[in-house]
Design a protein around this ligand. Sequence first.
Ligand code: OSB
Ligand code: MG
Length: 381
Amino acid sequence: MLRVDAVELREVRLPLREPFRISSGTVAERRILLLRLVDPDGVTSWSECVAGERPNYSPETIETAWLILRDWLVPAVLGRDFEDPQGVAAAVEAEARGHRMAKAALEMGFWNLAALRRGRSLSALIGGEREAVETGISLGIEERPQAIAERVAKELAAGYRKVKLKIRPGLDVAHVRAAREAVGPEAPLAVDANGAYAPERVEALEALDELGLLMIEQPFEGEDLLRHADLQARLRTPLCLDESITGPARAEDMARLGAGRIVNVKPGRVGGFAASLAIHDLCAARGIPVWCGGMLESGVGRAYNVALASLPNFRLPGDLSPSARYWERDLVTPEWTMEDGRVRVPRESPGLGVRVDEDRVEDLTVFREHRAARGTPRVPA
Ligand code: OSB
Ligand code: MG
């Protein structure tokens, strides 16, 4: 049985080692919403909400997620007994429409709690099999093609198994061509537009089709599946959908429409692990490879992504870079490291396999709120 009697919401701020620019904006400091769930036996589970500061990737922000969690989702689960985390997924789904990143943060915390209570790693709990997951790096937009070409060469030399370049109209073909020329025809390159292209202006996308990319991620806006299908019919390069895939039904739509051939799974985007597992299984049954995307998570969110990526149909390198790619110092011990282009899945210890550095989280906390089930004494922060 699973039950949570106290939930703490915290905002911590962590500067990125380098600003990260996507087609719709730049982030230099990550504002991170962490949840701390405590069960009646004092078992504590930390989780992370991946919502950003601005509503430029999805409509959610850290503030909307905080509000929905505090006023709706947390009250809907506090003090309730659940058979399993699937029941938590159903409860948060029944409570609110949308707000998937908020739901995911809470639901994933329960998955970890279930793993901790059963003395199993999160990876083992969900049926993960891999000992290590292949790692890619997602590189932000740079103005100069030569700058990105040099960076790509450097990251491949560091061992990354895939390099993804963020693109936007006007900062695309010349940049990717420069990178391709610098690293040769076989190097595993991909691009991600975060929906920045208009379906009536596809010249650049057709030019990218000649550059031997592993995939073109989310050229058009998330809600537009039909125009992705039209484009996919004209390109050899597989399209990969990210923003479009908000749940299992959209993955099925993609498959049936031919709107893409690869799915980027981000548990935060789809509402949590129950939906991620459903997408994984659906895609496996249809022969569609998936890979684990990233949202510039701290080491807490990364632990969930690494566990997820250990499932068998995660067949392409994920945006699962080690802690040092993002932070001077992460929130967890040990930090996430990369060896030979792979991150090890910590399957020998229960739960996340990393310890949250609570003193460091305390130092970095700028806001906190606490909710407890009726009759529960306040747990110390
Ligand atoms: O589209 O994959 C994306 C970061 C923020 C918002 C959207 C995306 C990304 C990334 C980051 O590509 C990948 C990472 O966490 O390393
Ligand atoms: Mg993306």
